[in-house]
Structure formats: structure tokens, C-alpha cells
Design a protein around this ligand. Structure first.
Ligand SMILES: [Zn+2]
Length: 56
């Protein structure tokens, strides 16, 4: 019942097995999402860009 949720990339769907790699964790609209190291780089730009447009 207490099994940890498998870490799945919210963008490409890659599943992380074993110890958690250096994935990016972000909260979007109250939803927790994880992005693999490859997608996080591209996604960070989107997040930053969207934050700028939303907050300002
Ligand atoms: Zn990914």
C-alpha cells in the first residue's frame, strides 16, 4: 500500500528505475510533475517563460 509512485517523465514518458536520477520536479496548477534530465532542460525554458507571462 505504501509503494512509491514510479517516476515517469510528464513529457516523454520515460520511466526512472532504481534510485532517483537528477530529475526536475515542478508543481503546475497544483499538479506535481516530474521531468527527466533531458526534458527538464527544454521544459525549464517553458516554465520560466510562462511564469514571466503569468506573473507580470
Ligand atoms: Zn522526458
Amino acid at each position: 500500500m505504501a509503494e512509491p509512485e514510479p517516476l515517469v517523465c510528464a513529457r516523454c514518458g520515460t520511466r526512472a528505475e532504481g534510485p532517483r536520477p537528477t530529475w526536475t520536479f515542478s508543481v503546475e496548477s497544483g499538479a506535481c510533475r516530474h521531468y527527466c534530465e533531458r526534458c527538464s532542460r527544454d521544459h525549464l525554458r517553458v516554465i520560466e517563460g510562462r511564469l514571466d507571462s503569468q506573473w507580470w
